[in-house]
Write a protein that binds this ligand. Structure first.
Ligand code: ATP
Ligand code: MG
Length: 572
């Protein structure tokens, strides 16, 4: 498979780009009956030249490695689809997983898509209540989990979940009842042959809950057609080439771990590394070395943790196979981009998207100069703009350099099709043809987009609108600072004052002198109106389990207000 991105001339490439034309890179179902994600990801490779190629490399907790070929996965996913058939599951039913990053999670996901049912992966560290909320709101029919997770968190919920018909345990030898079954047994009894039914590109495929950074998580529903975006971004953003080994560190419980931890790499026929363990710097560097990873997709929160350690990985590890690293999920500070480039000796590309967009929408591309601190340019085929929205009116800001709402023109293939049980909210997130992302951004005169902040986090101080990202970026430049988050705190004189919460690097002393030094640095860079008026040193910033700073929680605590939905809060 020759993949030759040519984005060097971004403008002419974008103007001649068409989704219709890109479709020729996918197969479609053999009977001509539509487009199915699992067929594109697995079967067409298994039926072709990549049959014996490694699709997955699972790194177990003890560091042993299990490889599965595209053919192996074709059979496993066929079996799982047949298991669902046997249980009476039909098109559109919701299948949930509550698992670590084990092979079962991945074959359940793709097997569900073959059956044209809807898959919803849940992050396995959720407690019982967040799991209950999602299973009930998502009308779960089947849940795939382990014995241990079942006993600890699910059994107590069963009475409250009458619609949940089956629980499939991945490590049980025996069925407990008609309802609680052994998945290995069902898989063994199921046939390894399965014909994917006709799949309309608009058939629902995946349900993903948002991170809950700004409030109650929303359930975004995605359709099979979205695979086109995963294919295209795999080619042009992740720069997949034949024989690449790729590692996405995100959990499939968040959209990145599904779109880019399952679909995009497989659709593009590369080898997908999955680590079953949580973050650990030494382990991560060893995996990059041992697995000869070429492309690494991770998140700012992980990068900040690596930066904090002050070690030079290239002195200890052979990372010469690595040729590209990318980041998503939060703003990637210019500081971090430069650190990545210097430390690893390769481009470090930030890109922007959301659960709702289903795939990467704005990116720094391999073939374009990187602007550290910028999210990059819109994906060809995606129309982005900065807009002013007042009293229901949307006005596109044409001049560069102005802050406004980041909006996207409706119609990219992986756009969410609804918020589950909340069509009204879905409708409200559009204005005519424009989808309102809820983020604020600025476009420079060369067409690069710069993240300003979430609309909810904007601080209004002395007549200025201050985006937290700008202030946090400056704080991050200070040698003592490991992480920073700023909020607006009501102030009688100036509306809101900027307050910063700072986590120091391990060797630093949290004293008044350091506070003054950081303040002086911020004032020099930002001016007194925008620089933080108050600084608090804390041990950890509250984050979502997907690694995003929960500014709303810092603010609620500061003001003594109710803390709101904390179902995704990571316990440090
Ligand atoms: P919720 O919608 O429930 O509040 P969330 O928006 O954090 O949660 P996600 O869909 O997981 O849920 O995250 C998308 C958001 O993450 C974006 O809207 C943006 O605010 C932020 N984000 C993602 N990538 C980037 C990036 N490269 N730069 C800046 N911000 C980013
Ligand atoms: Mg959001």
């Amino acid at each position: 498979m020759a993949i030759e991105p040519n984005l060097a001339d971004y403008d002419s490439f974008s103007s001649s780009f068409s989704w219709e034309q890109e479709k020729s890179g996918l197969s479609g179902l053999p009977t001509g009956q539509g487009l199915n994600i699992a067929y594109e990801a697995i079967d067409r490779h298994a039926n072709g030249t990549l049959s014996n190629h490694t699709a997955f490399r699972f790194i177990h907790k003890d560091r042993s490695v299990m490889e599965c070929s595209y053919q192996d996965y074709k059979e496993l996913t066929n079996r799982f689809a047949n298991v669902l058939g046997q249980l009476g599951i039909t098109k559109g039913d919701r299948i949930f997983s509550f698992l670590g990053r084990t092979p079962e999670l991945y074959f359940s996901a793709l097997g569900t898509l073959k059956k044209v049912a809807v898959f919803c992966p849940l992050f396995n560290v959720f407690g019982p209540e967040p799991v209950f909320q999602r299973l009930s709101r998502g009308d779960a029919r089947v849940l795939v989990t382990t014995k241990d997770l079942f006993e600890k968190k699910i059994r107590q919920l069963l009475e409250r979940l009458p619609e949940l018909k089956y629980v499939l345990l991945t490590d049980a030898d025996q069925d407990e009842s008609i309802k609680i079954r052994s998945l290995p047994r069902l898989m063994e009894e199921a046939s390894a042959e399965f014909t994917i039914p006709p799949t309309d590109p608009e058939d629902p495929a995946l349900l993903h809950f948002t991170s809950g950074t700004t409030g109650m998580p929303k359930g975004a529903l995605h359709v099979h057609k979205g695979v086109l975006v995963h294919y295209v971004t795999g080619k042009y953003v992740l720069d997949f080439h034949p024989d690449d080994v790729y590692w996405c560190t995100a959990d499939p419980g968040w959209v990145t771990g599904t779109s880019y931890g399952i679909i995009a790499p497989l659709v593009n026929g590369v080898t997908n590394v999955v680590d079953e363990e949580e973050f650990d710097a030494t382990r991560w560097y060893s995996i990059l070395e041992e697995q000869k990873v070429n492309i690494w997709y991770t998140a700012p929160t992980a990068i900040r943790r690596l930066m904090r350690m002050n070690i030079n990985p290239r002195e200890k590890y052979n990372l010469e196979n690595l040729r590209l690293m990318l980041s998503v999920g939060e703003p990637l500070h210019a500081e971090a981009v430069l650190w990545g480039e210097k430390t690893f000796g390769m481009p470090f590309l930030d890109n922007w998207w959301q659960t709702e967009t289903g795939g990467i929408m704005i990116a720094n591309f391999r073939s374009l100069p990187v602007r550290p601190g910028s999210m990059g340019k819109p994906l060809p085929g995606v129309e982005a703009a900065v807009a002013e929205i007042t009293e229901g009116d949307l006005h596109i800001i044409k001049e560069p350099g102005k802050d406004g709402q980041l909006v996207l023109k409706r119609g990219w293939p992986s756009m969410f099709r609804t918020y589950l049980h909340d069509q009204e909210r879905y409708n409200k997130s559009f204005h005519g043809d424009w989808y309102i992302t809820g983020d604020l951004a600025r476009r420079d005169s060369d067409g690069y987009y710069w993240f300003v902040g979430r609309a909810d986090d904007i601080i209004k101080t002395s007549g200025h609108m201050v985006g937290p990202f700008e202030v946090e970026s400056v704080l991050m430049e200070h040698a003592a600072v490991a992480e920073a988050a700023v909020i607006g705190k009501p102030d009688q004189l100036i509306g809101e004052m900027v307050k910063a919460f700072i986590v120091l690097k391990p060797d630093q002393h949290a004293d008044e002198a350091l506070k003054m030094d950081i303040t002086a640095h911020a004032r020099r860079k930002l001016g007194p109106a925008v620089a933080p008026k108050e600084i608090a040193f804390i041990d950890n910033l509250p984050k979502t389990r997907s690694g995003k700073i929960l500014r709303r929680l810092l603010k609620a605590r500061e003001l003594g207000l109710p803390e709101g939905d904390l179902s995704t809060l990571e316990q440090p």
